[in-house]
Design a protein around this ligand. Structure first.
Ligand code: FES
Length: 83
């Protein structure tokens, strides 16, 4: 199981974390990966100036904007899944 967390603390929320989560949810569903990827919100990860903050299996990824989510999905999530 690939574990993805998206910070939903106030700074990341203001930078669009809910949109990042929504896009990730859609991608996970479109690729049929619901049983391989867990997606959760997390509290502040103490990188507030670098939001949106995402962790994939513990790997820290900062500065995620909505237009980068698909690339993050491809490079960090999809390659960890069995297709
Ligand atoms: S609010 Fe996301 S790291 Fe602090």
């Amino acid at each position: 199981m690939v574990r993805v967390t998206v910070c939903v603390g106030s700074a990341c929320h203001l930078k669009g974390s809910s949109e990042v989560i929504r896009i990730l949810q859609d991608l996970i569903a479109n690729y049929g990966l619901e049983d391989q990827v867990s997606l959760e919100g997390s509290f502040c990860q103490e990188h507030c100036t670098e939001g949106v903050v995402v962790h994939v299996d513990g790997e820290l990824i900062t500065g995620v904007r909505r237009d980068q989510v698909f690339q993050l999905f491809q490079e960090k999530i999809l390659r960890r899944c069995q297709l």
